[in-house]
Design a protein around this ligand. Structure first.
Ligand SMILES: Cc1ncc(C[n+]2csc(CCO)c2C)c(N)n1
Length: 226
């Protein structure tokens, strides 16, 4: 069934090539690569990312529960664990550096963009079928894999204060998780109807737009207007 159909991921990336380019060239990412990103902007990002990772882990656990085979259960429950491990590592490195303890972190509200992204992911995970859940989760892996590789290639500044972040997402371990998420999404999509594949494309695009908004919001130090 899958042999005569373009893989979902190839089609999704093609449809969103301009959006990816807009993400890759965001001031947040170019400044991060140059080691020139203002600390308050990175701090805003990393605190929001701590909140994001906790909810993303929940969405992954729901994907694990909805998986159509045992490999999927293992793949997404492992990824849920990994998201929490990364969240805790952030606390030990960057939060410690910025003097933010767990209580202070918990007291900082989700920004509008972070709230929008996590609410979208959780609503999709709870309410939508497995293929659409996978499509909503995929940009988180894939965009970070691509941006991570791009930043690693351009991060030539010695003593970049954000090197630990760059190494996490630019590394080969992370790329293996990206490849696995793409492979499962493509396998599942190949057995679906055109209508479901279009629902997957909508979810994929929305998540990708929210990735752009997440970085942009950190650069603007976004807060609630009221
Ligand atoms: C806004 C935002 N989007 C994506 C990631 C990357 N990411 C977070 S959890 C996970 C999978 C398991 O570790 C991946 C790839 C991030 N950190 N923050």
């Amino acid at each position: 069934m899958s042999s005569n159909v373009t893989p979902f991921s190839a089609e999704a990336w093609r449809r969103n090539a301009d959006l990816y380019e807009a993400i890759r060239t965001l001031p947040f990412n170019t400044e991060l690569a140059a080691g020139a990103l203002r600390q308050d902007r990175f701090q805003h990002y990393i605190v929001q990312d701590g909140h994001y990772l906790a909810d993303y882990a929940r969405a992954l656990a729901i994907a694990a529960a909805k998986a159509d085979d045992a490999n999927g259960i293992i793949q997404f429950s492992k990824a849920a664990t990994e998201a929490i491990v990364v969240e805790r590592a952030l606390h030990e490195t960057y939060f410690a550096r910025f003097g933010i303890d767990r209580q202070a972190f918990e007291a900082i509200a989700l920004s509008p963009a972070c709230h929008h992204y996590t609410a979208f992911l959780l609503a999709t995970a709870y309410a939508q079928p497995y293929p659409v859940v996978l499509a909503a989760l995929l940009p988180c892996f894939w965009v970070y894999g691509e941006v991570g590789k791009d930043i690693l290639a351009n991060a030539t500044t010695p003593d970049n204060p954000y090197q630990a972040w760059i190494d996490t997402y630019g590394g080969e371990d992370f790329q293996a998780a990206v490849d696995g998420a793409i492979a499962t999404t493509d396998r599942v999509a190949a057995g679906e109807t055109l209508a479901t594949r279009e629902a997957m494309h909508l979810a994929f695009q929305r998540a990708m737009q929210l990735e752009w908004m997440f970085w942009d919001s950190a650069h603007r130090l976004e807060a609630w207007p009221v």
